[in-house]
Design a protein around this ligand. Structure first.
Ligand code: HEC
Length: 117
């Protein structure tokens, strides 16, 4: 687990360096949003614990690619509702997700619902 965290940090650091040291290269290869690199983190942060079985959630699991892919339209619909609307997600929260977070869901769809790069 520790080893994994170190690798993750190194990975993030190297991505950061790669994309920031050469903005030209970054512009040419603008990374596509994928489930593994982007959406899974956003879901783990914002849709927990209810949609994450390992956290005790008993709603439809979205910590797997197939379910997220199948339900993306319904996810986007619900996170764009107002908190007082029926069906709003994240359930019972009084504020909508930030525009940046909503944008990750939308870009994932626009980029073709990829699992990985
Ligand atoms: C506090 C618990 C909770 C959180 C956090 C939460 N949900 Fe839900 N979610 C529910 C419950 C309860 C239902 C079932 C009731 C309903 O359909 O409105 C549900 C249902 C759904 C459904 C419909 C699933 C189906 O079977 O058709 C979608 C899509 C959904 N949630 C998306 C999300 C997304 C995306 C997030 C994170 C941004 C999120 N939810 C966060 C509790 C939660």
């Amino acid at each position: 687990m520790k080893k994994y965290s170190v690798l993750l940090i190194l990975g993030i650091a190297s991505l950061f360096l790669t994309y920031c040291s050469s903005s030209k290269r970054a512009a040419r290869r603008a990374p596509k949003t994928t489930y593994v690199t982007d959406l899974s983190t956003v879901i783990a942060t914002n849709c927990t614990p209810c949609h994450i079985p390992s956290k005790g959630g008993n709603k439809k699991p979205y910590n797997n690619y197939a379910n997220a892919k199948a339900d993306i339209d319904e996810m986007i619909r619900r996170i764009e509702l107002n908190p007082t609307d029926k069906g709003f997600m994240p359930f019972k929260k009084t504020e909508k997700l930030s525009a940046d977070v909503v944008a990750v869901f939308k870009k994932w769809k626009a980029d073709g619902l990829l699992e990985n790069r």
